[in-house]
Ligand binder design. Structure first.
Ligand code: C2E
Ligand code: MG
Ligand code: MG
Length: 549
């Protein structure tokens, strides 16, 4: 069902030859600022909206060019034409002329200052664009008087790209139209809506009664977009996140809209980061946080040059007899002002800026080099993020690290997390094959923590399954049962199973009872500096090669 605003009385009576957009707008009951000329350029009809906008109530029967100037009249040639039209209010609208049957013309004023559906619009959804919204904002501010400030809501779809990629662009387009319809229906009559980017929409809530009223609009939008859509015969869930900001109290000029939009955008960004599917109001602290992130980005460039990163190595053992199996390399950043930082604090920035590609390149080579300096030929685990594995240069980086250090490929153990696999399975399969062809080993990291899917285990061949520490750290019936099941499944598939986060003797004892398993955690050792790792190897018995865990 299309939404049906209350029909307006100034709807033009069955106007012929209307461009489809306008015909649709007219059919939907929107106010259309329409004027019709006969073959002599005389106004034969005009809608009330046109009369109101042009402040010209007696246009009928007069020559259009005499009333409004020859430069706004329809041209001699062509069948469609757009001219600028200065309104008495001071703003400039677009007047779109379309040739009518019998030599006349119909003209429609684009809605910038009016209430009708905008013509300077997004052709896909029929919604306004950014410029339209800016002028709508100006009008709302001008009409506001002492009333409440309008609120800008930026809405961004959470999972549009996968739909577009998997179902095709036609389905993506159809989906965007459905989204536009749902948002429009979540609005009140006087609110404004535009599509300003691929899957980004902006709403202006005009004169909300209070903060809650604007919040309610945002909630309705987020709720309605969280419900499934049916496109191209498939049911898809996309969801959306929204950021809200009221117009500021300062100068209501054109900058006011940009300012509110920017603040709503920052709130949106924060909402995305905080977990999507929600709406957040802008707060000043968000801007500080964003600036902080930007600074961290800048610092990271310097850190790569100044070698502020460092690797630590955490031992991995065979549970049965405690034999040392290998180490996992974990990166740290010795930041000159912030001190020592863990990956959770800087990895998101590194990934977003793609600086992870340079950092990861360094990690690979550094880890291989360290492993080559060890007194025993143990394996070295290196974590690889989704951005890295997708990068075309990744396999080249692995080759270069192995060549530069001389590390035999089978001692390198690349750790991938499950979310690497969902991003682009085909590409990842290609990389996995390339790594396997070189003899490099592969671990599935944090198993069970993400969107675990057993089909990944069938699709990609791993050597080791690393059970996420969230199953191991807290003992408990469910966790223990699940851990047991994962160990059984891993063994059945011929995979080595390694439990992370083993902090206590009692957890180790429990795990030993489950069957052949490897372990890693504070109980054995925290991540340690390179030299400490060498000492550790000297003082711990190494697991025999070829022996099963
Ligand atoms: P991960 O690969 O799952 O690494 C294990 C994390 O668990 C490490 O955190 C480690 O210090 C911590 N851990 C180890 N044993 C225990 C334990 O007994 N108890 C508890 N509570 N924690 C334990 P860390 O070093 O903060 O690293 C976090 C994550 O950052 C890693 O998770 C990995 O996904 C990522 N990461 C680390 N280094 C790199 C890197 O060089 N490149 C990439 N792309 N990611 C990295
Ligand atoms: Mg890991
Ligand atoms: Mg892990």
């Amino acid at each position: 069902m299309p939404d049906m605003p209350t029909p307006r009385t100034d709807r033009p009576a069955a106007a012929p030859d209307l461009p489809p957009q306008i015909a649709a707008a007219a059919a939907a009951g929107d106010a259309v600022a329409l004027v019709m000329l006969d073959a002599d350029g005389v106004v034969s009809a005009c809608s009330a909206a046109f009369a109101r906008l042009t402040a010209q109530t007696e246009a009928k029967g007069a020559r259009f060019d005499a009333l409004f100037g020859p430069e706004t009249a329809p041209p001699q040639a062509g069948s469609v034409n757009v001219v600028d039209f200065a309104l008495p209010s001071g703003s400039v609208a677009a007047l779109v002329w379309t040739r009518a049957e019998g030599g006349g013309w119909s003209g429609v004023l684009s809605a910038a200052p009016g209430r009708g559906r905008p013509l300077r619009a997004d052709p896909l959804t029929g919604l306004g664009d950014r410029a339209y919204l800016a002028s709508a904002f100006e009008r709302i501010m001008a009409e506001r008087g002492d009333g409440p400030a309008p609120v800008v809501i930026v809405v961004d779809l959470d999972r549009f790209k996968p739909v577009n990629d998997t179902l095709g662009h036609a389905a993506g387009d159809a989906l965007l139209k459905l989204v536009a319809d749902r948002i429009r229906r979540a609005l009140r009559d006087r609110d404004e809506l535009a599509r300003v980017g691929g899957d980004e929409f902006v709403v202006i809530v005009a004169a909300p009664q209070d903060v809650e009223a604007a919040q309610a609009v945002a909630d309705r939008i987020v709720d309605t977009l969280a419900r499934p859509f049916l496109v191209a015969g498939s049911q898809v869930l996309i969801g959306a996140t929204a950021g809200l900001a009221p117009a500021g109290d300062g100068d209501p000029g054109p900058g006011a809209f940009q300012d509110a939009l920017q603040r709503a955008d920052i709130a949106l960004y924060e909402g995305k980061r905080a977990g999507r599917g929600q709406s957040l109001w802008f707060e000043a602290s968000m801007r500080d946080k964003l600036e902080d992130t930007r600074k961290l980005e800048a610092d990271m460039h310097r850190a790569l040059l100044m070698e502020e990163f460092e690797l630590e190595y955490q031992p991995q053992h065979r549970a049965r007899d405690g034999g040392l199996r290998g180490f996992e390399a974990l990166v740290r950043w010795n930041h000159p002002e912030r001190g020592r930082m863990l990956p959770a604090e800087f990895m998101p920035v590194a990934e977003r800026t793609r600086l992870i590609l340079r950092l990861g390149d360094w990690v690979l080579e550094e880890a291989c080099r360290a492993a080559m300096s060890w007194p025993r030929p143990l394996s070295i685990g290196v974590n690889v993020s989704p951005v890295q594995i997708a990068a075309p240069e990744f396999i080249g980086q692995v080759d270069a690290a192995l060549a530069a250090t001389g590390l035999p490929p089978e001692r390198l153990d690349i750790e991938l997390t499950e979310n690497v696999l969902i991003s682009d399975p085909d590409l990842v399969a290609e990389r996995v094959d390339a790594l396997r062809a070189r003899g490099v080993r592969l671990s599935l990291d944090d198993f069970g923590a993400g969107y675990a899917s057993l089909s990944y285990l069938r699709q990609f061949r791993f050597d080791t399954l690393k059970i996420d520490k969230s199953f191991i750290l807290p003992a408990g019936r469910t966790n223990d049962d699940l851990t047991g099941a994962i160990v059984d499944m891993g063994s059945a598939l011929g995979l080595e199973v390694l439990a992370e986060g083993v902090e206590t003797e009692s957890r180790l004892e429990f795990l030993k009872g489950l069957g052949p398993i490897s372990v890693q955690g504070y109980h054995f050792g925290r991540p340690m500096a390179s030299q400490k790792a060498v000492d550790y190897i000297r003082t711990h018995p190494v697991a025999d090669k070829g022996d099963d865990a």
